[in-house]
Design a binder for this molecule. Structure first.
Ligand code: KG4
Ligand code: ZN
Length: 339
């Protein structure tokens, strides 16, 4: 079969990224221009600033991705782009750029779901991985337990009822003054703390046993902080974030393992920004070993937002014959599995 080279663009949140991916699994380039320094000043992503910055960066990032991959636009098979879910103004920049490039170069356009991209990051780092498998998707905006039935075919077993796992990390980090983005900072600080120091609640959710909930935990952490401040008790931040993290990790691990077992699968993968968390990776590794499951996790750089994962997902969409029209629009709330 002829080689398929996908030029992929991702701009759904605060990273402007472009990549060239060969046959869905080999990354020829993956250029990521982060806006973190800019948003740190405000303690979180400011959508208006994010879209402006994407506008400034996008052309340069695409050019760099092609140059680094040593591939000309003529040699590209198709252009893939994240069209949702995400920040509408940010998504529009990537979608408009992808449309312009694909139209000018006379290449097919393939719209990709952001979460599908996160899941497909696993194909890049694990060439032997094939569906079916279970995937725990944990990012700043999403917490899903997804059964990957086939390429591009997903069944959602569970999802968060309120905050996403990454959102809980970011909110708790802000409350203890660690700044944005909180996930990586809590990850580091928790290593110095005692995860058993404070017992925070493990979320119980009525109804679907695979659904998640993190807002109660977040409130419990905030209440603990307020209580200590009122009593004049000094807070050990390392113990606090380690204990918070233990609750998040336990909630994620128990559901992911139970879902895999119930589905009769023997393979569990993780995806999304929070999948780069060392405590979560360690706990899942151990739990999978105990169950005799194979555990897959992408390198941390492929867990957080990047265009290479969109290139991997775009490849399988392209193979399935899915093409987007020139009227492709950005969709802020796009359910997984819909086109
Ligand atoms: O997937 P992602 O880059 O963007 C979204 O699609 O949301 O995920 C970003 C989220 C942020 O909430 C960030 O705090 C969290 O992932 N995150 C982490 C770690 N690295 C990033 N959370 C916990 N531990 C980490 N090491
Ligand atoms: Zn993401």
């Amino acid at each position: 079969m002829e080689d398929i080279k996908i030029l992929a663009i991702e701009s759904s949140c605060d990273d402007t990224s472009a990549a060239v991916v060969l046959n869905g699994r080999t990354v020829l380039s993956n250029v990521i221009s982060s806006q973190i320094d800019l948003h740190t000043l405000y303690g979180g992503v400011v959508p208006e600033i994010a879209s402006r910055k994407h506008m400034e960066q996008i052309n340069q990032v695409v050019e760099e991705a092609l140059k680094e991959a040593k591939v000309s636009l003529e040699e590209i098979t198709a252009v893939a782009v994240t069209y949702g879910p995400g920040l509408i103004g940010s998504l529009l920049v990537g979608v408009s750029a992808a449309k312009a490039i694909a139209y000018a170069a006379n290449k097919p356009l393939v719209g990709v779901h952001h979460i599908e991209g996160h899941i497909c990051a696993n194909y890049i780092d694990h060439p032997e991985l094939e569906p079916p498998f279970m995937c725990l998707v944990v990012s700043g905006g999403h917490t899903h337990l997804v059964r990957v039935e086939d390429y591009g075919v997903y069944t959602i077993l569970g999802r968060t009822r309120d905050d996403a796992a990454g959102e809980a990390y970011d909110k708790v980090a802000r409350a203890v003054g660690l700044g944005y983005p909180g996930g990586p900072k809590i990850d580091q600080l928790a290593k110095e703390g005692n995860a058993k120091a404070i017992t925070f609640p493990r979320a119980k959710v009525d109804g679907n046993v695979y659904d998640f909930s993190f807002s109660g935990l977040k409130s419990a952490v905030l209440n603990y902080i307020n209580g200590c401040e009122m009593k004049g008790v000094e807070i050990n931040n390392a113990d606090l974030v380690a204990s918070f993290q233990a609750s998040v990790v336990e909630s994620l691990v128990t559901r992911a393992i139970a879902g895999t077992k119930e589905s009769g699968l023997k393979t569990l993968a993780i995806a999304g920004g929070v999948a780069s968390n060392t405590a979560l990776r360690g706990a899942l590794e151990e739990a999978c070993k105990k169950e005799g499951f194979t555990f897959y996790r992408p390198a941390p750089i492929l867990c957080t937002d990047n265009a290479a994962m969109i290139g991997a997902a775009g490849y399988y969409e392209y193979l399935a014959g899915n093409r987007s029209g020139w009227d492709l629009n950005a969709v802020a709330n796009l359910p997984l599995g819909e086109r």
